[in-house]
Design a protein around this ligand. Structure first.
Ligand SMILES: [Zn+2]
Length: 61
């Protein structure tokens, strides 16, 4: 299972969580138990892309 980085929108702490590909629910924050956590996209999307693909349907929901 991949290891994802999350950031809590409640207390702004960052943590790592093992999440399966099927599990689309965000894990609860280990610091404040809030479920308002968002996954940090690290390797996907154009971080330093210069090919102009950032206007596609990559990371939007
Ligand atoms: Zn939190």
């Amino acid at each position: 299972m991949p290891l994802y980085e999350y950031r809590c929108a409640q207390c702004n702490q960052e943590f790592e969580e093992l999440v399966s590909a099927k599990d689309k629910q965000s894990p609860s924050c280990p610091f404040c138990s809030s479920t308002r956590t968002e996954k940090k996209i690290s390797l996907f999307g154009g971080i330093s892309g210069g090919s102009g693909e950032s206007c596609g349907n990559s990371g939007f929901t």
